[in-house]
Design a binder for this molecule. Structure first.
Ligand SMILES: [Zn+2]
Length: 243
């Protein structure tokens, strides 16, 4: 049998600090409670009348995967995830790269796939096929989606104050704070998968030129450009530009 080769490509991109940042959180964040998955304790064995005849190890259910701990400061090196993603629609796609800071303990390819799933969703900025997007790993790109530790995100977002908590858009880079990616935001009313979709769509919305929008009314669907990490202002959480 041939020895399988493990192909590794790490394209290191420079951390280019750009000027304008679009996301403008002002308030200091509430102390972020780290969401910890609570493993449900399996019910103990019921007091059986008769033990099984053979001394058999009853297989205990495997423990749930431990949540990835938040790293407050990564190594500061952003690496473009190699490969390409699917195309979401007809026409020349808007190209983007996904880059992940080293030292986060996050599976970069899995992160890229999740970003791809969000951005190629018909409810995202492609608007059901009106705009095609595709992740690439080089060449001319329109924007970058960057996962960075809180400390590095603060640096990438400066002079905007993200306080180790918020994400931002800086120039053509959507900077996602890894702590928010991993644990969500208390002020957001939905689950983590929905929050991640919101985070990607909101910051990519900025790099595509969209500004913030208010909640239109109590009980209504939040615009994706509402700052839902800070609260919903009476709106219902929503992750999508074209829900
Ligand atoms: Zn924003």
């Amino acid at each position: 049998m041939p020895i399988p080769l493990v192909l590794r490509a790490a394209l290191v991109a420079g951390v280019a600090a750009t000027g304008a940042a679009a996301c403008t959180p002002q308030a200091a964040p509430t102390n972020a409670a780290r969401a910890v998955d609570v493993a449900s304790t399996p019910a103990g064995p019921s007091p059986a009348a008769s033990p099984p005849p053979a001394a058999r190890e009853s297989p205990s259910p495997p423990p749930p995967p431990a949540p990835t701990p938040v790293v407050e400061r990564g190594d500061g090196v952003l690496s473009v995830v190699p490969g390409a993603g699917p195309v979401s629609g007809p026409g020349a796609p808007t190209a983007y790269v996904v880059e992940v800071e080293g030292g986060l303990g996050v599976d970069a390819r899995a992160f890229a796939r999740e970003v791809d799933r969000v951005l190629t969703d018909p409810r995202s900025w492609g608007a059901g096929g009106r705009r095609a997007v595709r992740r690439v790993s080089g060449g001319d790109v329109v924007f970058r989606v960057t996962l960075a530790s809180p400390t590095t995100a603060d640096g990438l977002c400066a002079p905007l104050r993200t306080n180790g908590y918020f994400s931002c858009a800086s120039g053509s880079r959507a900077v996602l704070n890894s702590a928010r990616w991993l644990t969500g935001a208390d002020a957001y009313g939905g689950g983590l998968a929905d929050y991640r979709a919101y985070l990607v769509n909101h910051e990519v919305g900025h790099v595509l030129g969209r500004g913030h929008e208010p909640c239109p009314g109590t009980g209504q669907r939040a615009p994706v450009m509402l700052q839902q990490s800070k609260g919903l202002d009476g709106c219902v959480a929503n992750s999508w530009p074209y829900p």
